[in-house]
Design a protein around this ligand. Sequence first.
Ligand code: MF3
Ligand code: CO
Length: 251
Amino acid sequence: MINLRTREEVKKIQKACIISAKALELAGSMCEDGVNTFEIDEAVRKFIISENARPNFLNYNGYPRSCCISVNDMVIHGIPTKRIILKRGDIVSIDVGAEYDGYNGDNAYTFVIGEVPKEVEKFVSVTENSLYNGIERALEGNRVGDISFTIQNIIQQHGYSIVREFVGHGVGENLHEEPEIPNFLDDIRFKGPRLVEGMVIAIEPMTTIEPTEIEQCEDGWGIKTKSNVLAAHFEHTVLITKHGPVALTLL
Ligand code: MF3
Ligand code: CO
C-alpha cells in the first residue's frame, strides 16, 4: 500500500528530514584526510540523539551503526569502522537517516576528499545532477517510471552505469515503504504507480563509473563493485505536492 500523508504527518517527516540533512552535513564536514569512518558515525549518532530523534539505520535489520559510509569502490551500506581511514583522493558516500516522533527521513551524498581527477569529479557531479533531474520529474500525474527514466538517461548518456540491484523507496512511519523507486526503466509500458499529492519518496541513484557487477562484503552489509571501479550515491526524501516536488532533506 502507498501511504498518502496528512499535513500533521508531513510536518513530522519534514522535521525528521531536516535532522537527517543536518546529520549528513555534519558527516560531510568531518570528511578529511586521516579521519576514520567510525568517528564520523559516532558524531552523527550523538547529533541525531541530541535533536530528540533516533538514528533509524541503527539496528535496522541488525545494521550495527547509525550511518553507512561507503568509500571508493563501495557502493552502499559500508559499515563505519576505525580501520577505514579517509585519505586525499577518496570519494565517500554517506547515507544517513533519522526518525522523529515516529516518522523518518533519509538522505545521502558523495563527498570528495581533497583533489580528485577531473573524470572522477565529473562522475560524481553527473550522479548528483541525475538526482535533481529525477526530482524535477516527481510531479503529480507523472509515474514513478518518469523519474527512473530521467535518471537512467542522464547516467547512461555520460557512459556511466546504474546499479540496478537497489532502488529508492517510499518513506514514512517506516524507513522503507512502497513504492519502489528504481533508477532505470526498461519497458515504458511498465512505468509503475502514478504520483499523487501526499506521497513521500526517497529518490537515490547509485552509479558506477564503468559497467561492473557488484558483490557483498564479508561483513554481510557492504556492497562493492566487483571490478573495484568507483561508485557514487546521492539521495533526497521528496514530498509530492500540487505545486511540484519538495526535497525535504534539502537544507
Ligand atoms: N538509507 C538506506 C536506503 O537508502 C538504507 C540503509 S539501511 C541500513 O535505503 F540498514 F543499511 F542502514
Ligand atoms: Co533510502
